[in-house]
Write a protein that binds this ligand. Structure first.
Ligand SMILES: C[S@@+](CC[C@H](N)C(=O)[O-])C[C@H]1O[C@@H](n2cnc3c(N)ncnc32)[C@H](O)[C@@H]1O
Length: 233
């Protein structure tokens, strides 16, 4: 079969972003380059963001949040669903996934807040920061390994750390990256992530974090909560 140029790029686009409906009705995608899913497909994608990321981060009003690997923005969505006011920085390398957000629909109870995520990703593509009276959302496009180095020391209450799997996106699960995460967190700040891999937890510990089991959801193993514990001396 021969395809014209438009059909070819559409075909490429379709195979790059294969849509999958998860258990709570929210959609996720398969990314062909990384050969991995944007979310766990054994639970709902928005449910995962809420229960594995936002709940264990114990976010308080006016929290400063680093959404490390923004993707479809579900971790930011779950954050603003919970908080009336927040300041979010998202790190993301892929412009195409930010473009994709405009076509994504989420379960009904999230649609109002997802409109904000849609506006924020549109602003990011125009190199602007989203700001309303309750939220400011700045998405930094580029390699998170570099972008994180530009962030201010001790400026975040929480990091929602969500790259593709440690096998597929191994460049982001390193001690060097966790050193930077530790640096940018406030004392007492928390990093939450779905991975429970031993090597990931070792890298977190070596960067200075205290590591705890997070919630169990859709599988037998827990997720991970890493805390920059306040010094007691
Ligand atoms: C598991 S998905 C994130 C899912 C996201 N939290 C959501 O709610 O949709 C991983 C994301 O990491 C991004 N990514 C991979 N390598 C990256 C890098 N070096 N720097 C920044 N983002 C990266 C991918 O483009 C993808 O959007």
């Amino acid at each position: 079969m021969f395809l014209n140029k438009d059909e070819e790029s559409l075909n490429l686009y379709m195979t790059f972003f294969k849509e999958i409906k998860t258990k709570d009705g929210s959609v996720t995608y398969h990314n062909q380059e990384f050969d991995d899913y944007y979310h766990s497909i054994s639970v709902g994608a928005v449910e995962e963001a809420t229960k594995k990321y936002v709940a264990p981060a114990k976010l308080k009003e006016n929290a400063t949040i680093l959404d490390f690997c923004f993707g479809l923005g579900y971790n930011s969505l779950a954050s603003i669903q919970k908080l009336r006011k927040a300041s979010i920085t998202g790190l993301e390398i892929d412009e195409e996934i930010l473009e994709k957000i405009s076509q994504v629909s989420v379960p009904k109870e999230y649609t109002k807040k997802y409109e904000i995520i849609k506006k924020a990703s549109k602003e990011a593509l125009e190199k602007k920061v989203y700001k309303d009276k309750n939220y400011d959302i700045r998405i930094v496009l580029g390699d998170a390994k570099k972008s994180v180095k530009e962030l201010e020391t001790g400026s975040f209450d929480a990091i929602l750390f969500d790259p593709f799997s440690p096998k597929k996106n191994s460049d982001l699960w390193t001690k060097d990256v966790f050193d930077e995460c530790f640096r940018v967190l406030k004392q007492g700040g928390v990093l939450t992530t779905y991975s429970y891999a031993r090597s990931v937890r070792e890298n977190l510990k070596n960067a200075g974090f205290k590591v705890y089991d997070g919630p169990v959801l859709g599988r037998r193993s827990p997720s991970t909560i890493a805390v920059k514990e306040a010094k007691t001396f």
